[in-house]
Design a protein. Structure first.
Lengths: 241, 400
């Protein structure tokens, strides 16, 4: 589903080049559950943004569903984001003036889905995350866990192939965090490719595969079951390698 | 995004910042209201002038001694126009069949006194015909009797103000007043008329033209007013009148003015005035546009995270551009509607305060003010909207 070949991304910060990603090679199969770990500044967010077509690599190839993303123009990229990719963020990013239902409807508004059908589908997704009774609440009337569930409903309402989650439980208590993860895993189980960026080993260990990044390079590849290896690699990375 | 979705999205965004939205609405509303009210004022002035002329009569032909263009040789060697006399007036009546009535007018200033009360008024020497030619009304008594134009008679007709000032609380008809050194009997009082063509017709004393010429020691008429039978004959009548008088004087030394020409001049002047007022008012609309741009720029920078999110959700550049443009245009057109309302109230107030002024905004100004307000939103909304589309989604999402 995803093929990364020699992917590199460099930023200019204060006139100094910062190598956020250096020569990343990776293949991610459809339906996979992958966790990406790494200390802050390791390039894991940059990788997620490139995977989500919000950012472009300076070098290397990013192939998504057999298409070279670098060859797509801005309009095609927005279509890819709309129909192929779903995003879940640490800070939920719900539009504060819209109700839960309207937030879920938002991607369909851009996709030009008919209002009646829009409403019905959004309501169905809210039901799926157990929030149908809260449909008319605005984000500030919802708990953190509820907000993230609304965000998940929104991310998946157009049936994407790939769900990217950036610290999805980073702002939640343990109970609602687990609830959110269960929902994500349920979607993964029904075929959705799930990529989670996290620093929390408890989250990463639930993934089938774990990558650890350090200074823009993949320094460890393992499975969720062997999370202690990843944690060791991570603490080594945090201590400056 | 359907237009309905665009508008709904924009309306919600605007409702989220009531104060800010209200302020920019106010700016646009003031601009539009200013255009509407000021053009209504200009248009009112034009209508006022037109109605003034119409009240005098549109078939009016006025002959004034002297020519409009400057001619002649050395000063003192001819070039002095001949007098316009009563004989000329008679000749015109005889020689130009299109003329229905002729009213010779002499004007001067004289003191009218009754007992201890004195008042400086405009002395108008006229004939019976003036009543109809100038469309005057009589409040009580009667107007000058139909006399031979050459015959003097010691009678006077007073204007409203003169009558009221000289005879407070009583009827002047039948009383004897002194006009200059002359004793005259008041035979009538004019109905109120107000300013007309620069003469306050309420503050006059009208006496027979021959009498006025003696009192003022003048042989020449101030002007000769004529009523033409049909409006279509106006130009032909003017040419023939000028020719008849030129034949008598041996040169063309009078100017004939038609009502239409004067009215046309006034109308075009006041049209320009109205346009100028509209232009000045439009400046305030432009200022309101800058205000909208400011609000939209603030809105874009405040909502960078949201814009980043919209991009992540798959909103295209065009959709984001349209969303912010719709917001600016919704703001400006709502302000425009409010402005039309305020302007309408303003015009109503104006009319209530000055009933004489038929102030009403011309339709073109209303249409222009509203379209301008929408255009202002589009024009000044483009830059902020464009800025929104160019935001880097990664930076925008992290709120940087």
């Amino acid at each position: 589903m995803i093929r990364l070949d020699g992917l590199s991304r460099t930023f200019e910060v204060g006139g100094q080049p910062v190598h956020a990603l250096v020569d990343v090679h990776e293949e991610i199969a459809a339906g996979e559950h992958l966790a990406i770990m790494g200390p802050s500044g390791s390039g894991k967010s940059t990788l997620l943004h490139i995977l989500g077509c919000l950012d472009r690599p300076d070098r290397g190839v990013y192939e998504l569903l057999g298409r070279d993303v670098a060859r797509l123009d801005e309009a095609e990229l927005s279509l890819v984001r709309r129909h192929t990719i779903g995003f879940v963020f640490q800070f939920f990013h719900l539009v504060p003036r819209l109700t839960a239902l309207e937030n879920v409807e938002l991607p369909m508004v851009f996709a030009g889905v008919d209002p009646a059908e829009r409403r019905e589908r959004a309501m169905g997704r809210l039901r799926g995350v157990g929030l149908e009774p809260r449909a008319s609440h605005r984000p500030d009337q919802l708990s953190g866990g509820e907000r993230q569930r609304v965000a998940i409903a929104r991310a998946t309402v157009l049936d994407p192939k790939l769900l990217l989650a950036d610290e999805p439980t980073g702002n939640l208590d343990t109970v609602s965090g687990r609830h959110v993860l269960e929902i994500l895993e349920q979607m993964n189980a029904s075929g959705l490719t799930l990529i989670v960026v996290t620093h929390d080993p408890a989250v990463a260990r639930r993934a089938r595969r774990v990558l650890v990044l350090q200074d823009g390079r993949v320094v460890h590849r393992g499975s969720g079951a062997d999370i202690h290896e990843a944690v060791e690699a991570l603490s080594a990375a945090e201590n400056g390698g | 995004m359907s237009p309905r979705d665009l508008l709904g999205f924009a309306a919600r965004a605007l409702r989220g910042h009531r104060l800010r939205t209200g302020m920019s609405l106010l700016g646009v509303a003031i601009g539009v209201a200013a255009v509407v009210t000021l053009t209504a004022l200009g248009e009112g002035a034009r209508r006022y002038v037109v109605s003034q002329f119409a009240s005098i009569g549109t078939n009016l032909l006025i002959v004034v001694p002297g020519r409009t263009e400057t001619t002649g040789g050395m000063p003192g060697m001819g070039g002095v126009p001949n007098d316009l006399t009563l004989e000329d007036a008679r000749a015109v009546l005889r020689g130009v069949p299109e003329i229905d009535l002729a009213a010779p007018i002499v004007m001067g200033t004289e003191t009218v006194a009754f007992g201890e009360r004195r008042r400086q008024v405009a002395l108008v020497g006229a004939t019976h015909e003036m009543l109809e030619v100038r469309r005057l009304g009589i409040a009580n008594g009667r107007f000058l009797p139909p006399l031979e134009w050459d015959r003097s008679s010691p009678v006077a007709v007073l204007g409203q103000t003169s009558a009221r000032e000289l005879f407070p609380g009583r009827d002047p008809v039948g009383e004897i007043v002194r006009v200059g050194d002359w004793r005259m009997r008041v035979i009538g009082v004019l109905a109120p008329r107000g300013q007309q063509l620069g003469v306050d017709m309420d503050d006059v004393a009208i006496v027979p033209v021959a009498t006025a010429m003696k009192m003022l020691n003048r042989r020449s008429l101030f002007r000769l007013l004529m009523q033409v039978r049909a409006h279509t004959d106006l130009d032909r009548a003017r040419d023939r009148v000028v020719r008849v008088i030129a034949d008598r004087h041996g040169e063309e030394d009078v100017t004939a003015i038609t009502q239409d020409a004067v009215l046309g001049a006034f109308t075009s002047i006041l049209r320009v005035l109205t346009l100028a007022l509209a232009g000045i008012a439009s400046v305030s609309l432009a200022v309101a546009g800058v205000g909208i741009m400011n609000v939209m720029l603030v809105s874009v920078s405040e909502r960078t995270r949201e814009i980043g999110l919209l991009k992540a959700l798959g909103a295209g550049r065009r959709q984001i551009l349209l969303a912010f443009l719709a917001e600016a245009m919704l703001l400006s057109s709502t302000g425009g509607v409010l402005g039309l309302l305020v302007g309408w109230l303003g015009v109503r107030l104006l009319v209530a305060l000055y009933p004489a002024l038929p102030a009403t905004p011309p339709p073109w100004a209303v249409a222009a003010a509203f379209s301008l307000s929408v255009a202002v939103g589009a024009l000044f909304g483009v830059l902020p909207a464009h800025r929104a589309t160019r935001l880097d989604p990664v930076a925008a999402l992290s709120g940087r």
